[in-house]
Design a binder for this molecule. Structure first.
Ligand code: ZN
Length: 153
């Protein structure tokens, strides 16, 4: 059955749709939503005709910047980011991979200096055979996106 799960519409804010299942929690951390006072509606593992399952995040009265939208792409490369004004979509930002990712990812290389010293991690993003790869700025090793863990909430 093509049952759709509707999440209440918001008046103003941002709706991030088509997030891979389970990734929305990471976006909450990335966008520091738990520390701010915006109303957030989270939908986990909703049915999606195009993806099977997906997560949705609705943030009231907060509008993502282009920079934030690019960071979102690290976790949800095909996310649709809708800016809502007065109940209608006023603009869409296509999630696009950023050139660099700071702080949020952990370098898997045990001998990397970021493991030994308190240095904020920095990766450059490279697309290789249509897959996201990240190169550690410090040890220069390249990793597939899925091999890299994030700092926990
Ligand atoms: Zn490294």
């Amino acid at each position: 059955m093509g049952k759709t799960v509707s999440v209440a519409a918001i008046k103003d804010g941002t709706v991030i749709d088509h997030i891979p299942p389970g990734q929305a929690l990471k976006l909450i951390y990335l966008l520091q939503l738990s520390e701010q006072r915006f109303k957030v509606t989270l939908g986990l593992h909703l049915s999606s005709s195009s993806m099977g399952h997906k997560d949705i995040l609705k943030i009231e009265d907060r509008f993502l910047t282009e920079k934030e939208a690019h960071d979102v792409a690290v976790f949800a490369p095909n996310a649709t980011i809708n800016i809502i004004k007065n109940y209608t979509v006023s603009s869409k930002i296509q999630a696009k991979l950023p050139e660099t990712v700071k702080k949020i990812l952990i370098c898997p290389n045990l001998r990397c200096i970021t493991k030994q010293e308190k240095i904020e991690t920095l990766f450059t993003v490279e697309e290789f055979k249509q897959k996201v790869h990240l190169r550690c700025f410090f040890c220069e090793k390249i990793f597939e996106r899925d091999a890299i863990k994030e700092y926990n909430v």
